[in-house]
Design a protein around this ligand. Structure first.
Ligand SMILES: [Zn+2]
Length: 266
């Protein structure tokens, strides 16, 4: 009888372990697998260049990740800006774009996303800003400038990607269930290349990366991410090692994707 009770107890404990460890997360993720509404898919198909380059299977995965990301975010409009579902989807798509090489990420440390209609005055810096990310868990965008980033998607300027790059770096650093997704060895190599390239920018020997990349290591990373996605061929031509290290760091290669697509079309 005692043996029976002990066996039942062990079975219960095993069930409890597996249900907590696997069943619950799978159930939670499953709810984001339902399709996105047709108008929102159409929005991605027409206004989000990265999405247009994906295969059917990748698009499905992209929409799942988009819903997963948005589920953890609280959007707020400022200056009488009304935040619409379309705006949420485009901001979420930007986060999915930069994290698409990793396991699904919500950038959990960032709960609030604030949208201003255009450039806004910051009481903190007493300057006009287009966007910012702070360690209190807030991402801010000027909506006008966010849209410009995707309207002109080959000029190397993309506010959304710039701020998401800051968020990605911080998320990797802040201890929580999503941290440390950047490979330490690749990151160390990236930091050493950063040092050399920043010196070239400051000495005006750099002809590709924007001078703003020379501000500090974090701005360097954010500017590189913008130009990496928008001008992959020129970035590669400028410094193949820097380009390939960034591709390795964020685990995706826009140039490779572009070439594969050209082959398919051919
Ligand atoms: Zn920045």
């Amino acid at each position: 009888m005692l043996l029976m009770a002990m066996l039942t107890g062990v079975v219960y404990l095993i069930w409890l372990f597996f249900s907590q460890a696997f069943v619950k997360p799978i159930y939670n993720l499953y709810q984001f697998r339902s399709p996105l509404s047709a108008p929102l898919v159409h929005l991605l198909e027409t206004k989000f260049p990265y999405y247009m380059t994906l295969s059917w299977k990748e698009k499905k995965e992209f929409c799942f990740r988009l819903k997963y990301f948005l589920a953890s975010k609280n959007f707020q409009g400022r200056g009488r800006l009304e935040v619409t579902n379309e705006m949420k989807v485009l901001v979420g798509a930007c986060a999915v774009q930069i994290t698409f090489g990793f396991q699904p990420l919500q950038l959990k440390s960032f709960r609030k996303i604030i949208l201003f209609p255009k450039e806004y005055y910051s009481k903190h810096t007493k300057k006009l800003h287009k966007g910012e990310v702070n360690s209190a868990g807030i991402i801010v965008f000027s909506w006008e400038d966010f849209l410009k980033g995707y309207t002109f998607n080959e000029d190397g300027y993309n506010l959304g990607l710039h701020e998401m790059a800051h968020a990605l770096k911080l998320e990797d650093f802040i201890p929580n269930s999503e941290c440390s997704f950047l490979d330490n060895e690749v990151l160390a190599h990236w930091q050493s290349l950063t040092k050399v390239e920043m010196k070239r920018i400051r000495n005006k020997q750099n002809t590709f990366l924007r001078p703003y990349a020379g501000t500090n290591r974090e701005e360097f990373f954010a500017v590189c991410v913008e130009q990496f996605f928008e001008q992959p061929q020129s970035f590669y031509n400028h410094n193949p090692e820097l380009y390939l290290t960034l591709a390795n760091l964020i685990q995706q290669d826009p140039l490779k994707r572009h070439k594969e697509q050209m082959l398919k079309e051919y």
